[in-house]
Design a protein. Structure first.
Length: 252
């Protein structure tokens, strides 16, 4: 089980001889577990930082400390101040752009070495992929395309699509994580209950084909989150069913 971080410990200056941790890992992804395994093999003492309880559960098997909770710039400053470390490794999701920018800035401000560990991108061989810059551009494109839409982009942008896509309540179907937060988010955004599918990854080609058929989708929307995000099997499902794919480009 992860050791609990003692938050009442004395605050120490960042540039000092004492370091509570060798590494702070910004975690919550499969890649972050790879980083943690690598660092543990080197005998490093680690604090992992995750946003949710689900992220913390992913790390239960490792002999590390875990901080759970979403943090803004001030929160990261406090975390790094209370837990002096030799290095920060950012293995957050490739679409967690604000987290990466914030952590990098706070690390630079406090002169803590920072590394970014990112999943590899893939090349997708399918001529019906439409690449867009972000969710707003995806919405604009969907309004030029016809047919039902199968969203695999998560609950965080569910409201944006619901407000922006024409005939959203009829056209949009969404797959989200099978938890209360996701269902509540979809309900607030106005999705009919039978247009929401709560399931847990990883998903196979057949899983995607099943929902494409069930929703009569003509378009699948996904973020370019690589093999870990199951984009390769989504592309294969789109190929097999002959539908369009809207692919949101990974932030630089």
């Amino acid at each position: 089980m992860p050791r609990k971080v003692i938050r009442s410990a004395p605050v120490l200056p960042m540039r000092c001889d004492y370091m509570r941790y060798d590494v702070i890992v910004i975690a919550g992804t499969t890649e972050s577990r790879e980083v943690i395994v690598q660092q543990l093999k080197q005998g490093k003492k680690i604090l992992a930082c995750v946003a949710t309880e689900l992220g913390a559960q992913m790390l239960q098997e490792y002999d590390i400390d875990v901080h759970t909770g979403r943090l803004d710039e001030k929160g990261f400053e406090t975390l790094f101040e209370e837990n002096p470390c030799r290095k920060i490794i950012d293995a957050s999701h490739p679409f967690a752009k604000i987290v990466t920018e914030t952590v990098r800035a706070v690390a630079a401000k406090n002169r803590i070495p920072y590394e970014r560990y990112e999943r590899k991108g893939l090349n997708y061989d399918y001529d019906r992929i439409h690449v867009v810059a972000d969710a707003n551009e995806a919405v604009n494109l969907l309004n030029t395309l016809e047919g039902n839409v199968f969203l695999t982009t998560g609950v965080n942008t569910a409201e944006l699509y619901a407000k922006g896509v024409t005939d959203a309540q009829e056209r949009l179907y969404i797959r989200v994580l099978d938890n209360a937060t996701s269902y509540e988010g979809c309900e607030r955004a106005g999705y009919p209950e039978d247009h929401v599918f709560g399931e847990m990854p990883p998903f196979t080609v057949e899983d995607n084909l099943r929902l494409i058929k069930k929703t009569n989708a003509k378009i699948l929307v996904t973020k370019d989150s690589g093999k870990t995000g199951g984009v390769d099997v989504k592309v294969e499902a789109c190929k097999k069913s002959g539908i369009e794919m809207v692919l949101i480009r990974r932030p630089q």
